[in-house]
Design a protein around this ligand. Structure first.
Ligand SMILES: *[C@@H]1O[C@H](CO)[C@@H](O)[C@H](O)[C@H]1NC(C)=O
Ligand SMILES: *[C@@H]1O[C@H](CO)[C@@H](O)[C@H](O)[C@H]1NC(C)=O
Length: 190
């Protein structure tokens, strides 16, 4: 029963994603329009986190001008980058409010370092995507995903301590899902 309901939700999300992304595509020719719509809907279908994919793409003003898979990949990359930058800022904010010598502060410093790497990787990916070096795209974005895991694990090492509770779990998980979605889209460009 519950899994049937979950399946219905997934179908609904996929269906509405076709509609939402489909309606944002402006093409003169009906046949082209059909083809692009098919491409984008097939693309949504290939991501693991369809609902996050749709809401993240829609949050970007450029989503209304997406006309092909490359455009979709560009926006998917950018929303991931922006989330990484915001997380980095958030980490710095948290650290400025933590006692300097605390375990938490050490984790936050490590997290700031790995997120700075992750954001740099995503920035480098813009060029790699342009020259279609998908192998390097895959390597760099997978590394960015690992960076968010590394951040999370740093906090979890001290399980019996209140300081070992990660204040970044949601952000880390969301970042990882955005990376996963972006990689799923780039696979369609290969
Ligand atoms: C979406 O995935 C389902 C299940 O794999 C498939 O049957 C369907 O044809 C796909 N839709 C598109 C538009 O690719
Ligand atoms: C994301 O978009 C912003 C605004 O257009 C741009 O300044 C930035 O370089 C982009 N970054 C990436 C990694 O796509």
């Amino acid at each position: 029963m519950a899994s049937r309901e979950a399946l219905m939700v997934v179908f609904w999300l996929i269906g509405s994603s076709f509609f939402l992304l489909g309606t944002s595509i402006r093409l003169a020719d009906d046949q082209d329009h059909r083809n692009e719509e098919d491409l984008v809907s097939a693309a949504c279908n290939r991501t693991f986190y369809v609902d996050i994919f749709i809401s993240s793409i829609r949050s970007d003003p450029r989503s209304s001008t997406i006309s092909d898979l490359k455009g979709l990949a560009d926006v998917a990359l950018n929303v991931t980058f922006v989330h990484g930058m915001e997380t980095l800022e958030y980490i710095k904010h948290l650290n400025s409010n933590s006692p300097a010598a605390s375990y938490r502060s050490g984790c936050l410093r490590d997290s700031a370092e790995v997120y700075a790497d992750a954001v740099q990787s995503l920035q480098d990916t813009v060029h790699l995507l342009r020259i279609r070096d998908f192998e390097k795209v895959n390597t760099l974005v997978s590394a960015a995903m690992t960076d968010s895991d590394t951040c999370e694990e740093g906090f979890n090492e001290v399980l019996d301590d209140a300081e070992g509770v990660s204040p970044l779990t949601q952000r880390n998980q969301y970042f990882s899902k955005l990376c996963s979605n972006f990689l799923a889209i780039t696979k369609l460009l290969f």
